[in-house]
Design a protein around this ligand. Structure first.
Ligand code: UD1
Length: 421
């Protein structure tokens, strides 16, 4: 297993080119199961989760042609199997994204039921209820979701009890080939959902309300779609994480290839803390703060503050003056990084879903363990500010979602090495 050694305390400087968004690419790759032509996806991030999903599609019978590390062509015209096996789903929960497209195109599928994960129980009940509402018969057998819709899916009104990102994406994809109109109420509005809708719209599916919490999708009655070339949007969470590397070390960092609007909740918070921010059309620069003030965060759905940036801001809170308060509203157990940050000397008190971080602490190097993707990036951030050399173990979590992390950090002046144990 690989680990990272980071020697902290260096000022960083320079620019980072932001990769394509993993969470946009995953539904887009899944959506190619709805295509009758070969779909070309560009600006894919070169990360493990994308490779995992592409290998799932290959197992289903899709032809995947890797043009370069960021471009693939997927041809799903001859799908042989509609079963997403446990082996793949246990590696990546987002494999659930093949449920909607497989069911609407082929009228049946089996998808291993994703279990809980490090950040909480993460049920998929809302995905399943929605598929049932659209006419599918859904059963759980031997750890698998077994879904059948022999006469095809039909349009329905889906009112989500909770806002769910992949749930909304699954319904949008299912609705694209269903018979009749599907309305989604309380839909997720994340930029990744917006891009999926836009791609399907470009493929001929009529979708109203894109970017709002009410979507209306006119189904194509089983007629497969003709996809245009897709350019994946920049990764707002990777971008936010690099802004935090600058914030953590109070350095100036410029991001290239971003959509600043997608980062509003994060950049506003950084300004509130005391950092300067220069906005361009597709670039963004963080400027050092004369004083870093404590802050409050409540994680919510987009356009609110993203849960995927909570851990990174907790690391940042250790460097701010005063007590910061961080409330996690989306995932009940998304505080696994707390005990690891404490090993580095962070003063964090946890009560229910709220963490109080007493800032201004000096962090000291230690051995720490990565527990999930974003928790791992919080440890990298803390290590950048800690005195001495911190070893971060189990970094396969980071490789799932951050492309060329060491290379990008080294280019900013970080002292970072990858080792094997
Ligand atoms: C997606 C993102 C993830 C992000 C999360 C919240 C991808 C691949 N992953 O995950 O990085 O942290 O959105 O922004 O895009 N819920 C249910 N039942 C369901 C579905 C969800 O109770 O059927 C709950 C979840 O447990 C959670 C909340 O709804 O408390 C939101 O989860 P959801 O938006 O579905 O997260 P994901 O789509 O899995």
């Amino acid at each position: 297993m690989d680990f990272l050694s980071i020697t902290g305390g260096e000022k960083l400087q320079g620019s980072v080119s932001v990769s394509g968004a993993k969470n946009a690419a995953l539904p887009l790759i899944s959506a190619t199961l709805l295509a009758k032509n070969e779909a070309c996806l560009k600006n894919l991030p070169d990360v493990v989760d994308i490779k995992t999903l592409l290998s799932l599609l290959e197992m289903l019978g899709a032809k995947v042609q890797r043009i370069d590390p960021h471009t693939v062509k997927v041809n799903s015209s001859e799908i042989l199997s509609t079963k997403a096996t446990y082996d793949i789903v246990r590696k990546m929960r987002a494999s659930i994204l093949v449920l909607g497209p497989l069911l609407s195109r082929f009228g049946k599928c089996e998808v291993s039921l994703p279990g809980g994960c490090a950040i909480g129980a993460r049920p998929v009940d809302l995905h399943l209820k929605a598929m049932e509402k659209m006419g599918a018969i859904v059963e759980i057998k031997g750890g698998y979701i077994v879904a059948n819709a022999p006469k095809g899916l039909k349009g329905a009104t889906i009112a989500f009890d909770k806002i769910t990102v992949t749930g909304t994406e699954n319904v949008v994809m299912a609705a694209a080939l269903a018979k009749g109109v599907t309305k989604i109420l309380n839909a997720a509005q994340e930029p990744e959902v917006v891009q999926l809708c836009e791609v399907l719209q470009a493929a001929g599916v009529e979708i109203k309300g894109i970017g709002s919490n009410e979507l209306e999708i006119v189904g194509q009655e089983g007629e497969a779609l003709e996809f245009k070339e897709i350019e994946v949007i920049p990764d707002r969470i990777e971008a936010g994480t690099y802004l935090c590397t600058g914030a953590m070390t109070n350095s100036s960092i410029r991001l290239e290839r971003v959509i600043p609007e997608h980062l509003s909740a994060v950049t506003q918070k950084l300004e509130e803390i005391g950092f300067g921010m220069e906005y361009g059309e597709n670039h963004l620069t963080l400027l050092p703060a004369s004083k870093r003030r404590a802050f409050e965060i409540i994680t919510t759905e987009y356009p609110g503050f993203p849960t995927d940036m909570q851990a990174q801001f907790m690391a940042l809170a250790t460097q701010c003056e005063g007590a910061s308060i961080i409330e996690e509203r989306l995932f009940e157990n998304r505080f696994m990084h707390v005990s690891e940050l404490q090993r580095l000397g962070a003063g964090i008190h946890l009560r229910g879903n709220t963490a109080t971080v007493n800032g201004g602490t000096k962090l000291l190097c230690a051995d720490v363990m990565a527990t999930d993707l974003r928790a791992s990036s919080a440890l990298v951030l803390a290590a950048l500010a800690a005195e001495g050399t911190t070893n971060i173990h189990r970094i396969y979590h980071l490789d799932r979602g951050y492309e060329r992390l060491e290379e990008k950090l080294r280019a900013l002046g970080a002292v970072i090495e990858r080792g094997r144990e």
